[in-house]
Ligand binder design. Structure first.
Ligand code: FES
Length: 146
């Protein structure tokens, strides 16, 4: 049987994952799963002025999924959401000094969960902005009426 070689960094993040947990009332939440292996990943973000100030994850999956989620949270923390949207599975894998080819989909899951959380943040932001604009317009109309 072929041996799967994990880098020291993968092992280190697997044994000692960063930013594990959840965030109450997150600004964005992403959840993705892989139907083939059945692994599931959830990502929570707090955002201030479009910068990710806090990020946490929960992974119900393999060791690589844990290591890649941990790495993606490290990469994204402190980043502008537009920049974080550009993090790819290859960025995650290369920060971990590589992943075995059969484990690359695990890093896909990590990047996807992050992107879903950012999309959730963007859509919430849009709704709030629309609400504020509507309120402002209402206010203006109110003034006309009085
Ligand atoms: Fe599916 Fe790792 S085996 S995420």
């Amino acid at each position: 049987m072929a041996q799967i070689g994990y880098s020291k960094k993968v092992m280190e993040h697997f044994m000692n994952p960063r930013n594990v947990g959840t965030i109450e009332n997150p600004d964005g939440h992403g959840k993705v799963g892989n139907p083939v292996c059945g692994d599931l990943m959830e990502m929570y973000i707090k955002v201030e002025d479009d910068v990710i100030t806090d990020i946490k994850f929960q992974t119900f999956g393999c060791g690589s999924a844990i290591a890649t989620s941990s790495m993606v949270t490290e990469l994204a923390k402190g980043m502008h959401v537009d920049e974080a949207m550009k993090i790819t599975r290859n960025d995650v894998a290369s920060e971990l000094d590589g992943l075995p080819p059969q484990k690359m989909h695990c890093s896909n899951l990590a990047a996807d969960a992050l992107h879903e959380a950012i999309k959730d943040y963007e859509s919430k932001k849009e709704t709030t902005e629309r609400g504020t604009k509507a309120q402002r317009e209402d206010g203006r109309q109110g003034k006309h009426r009085s």
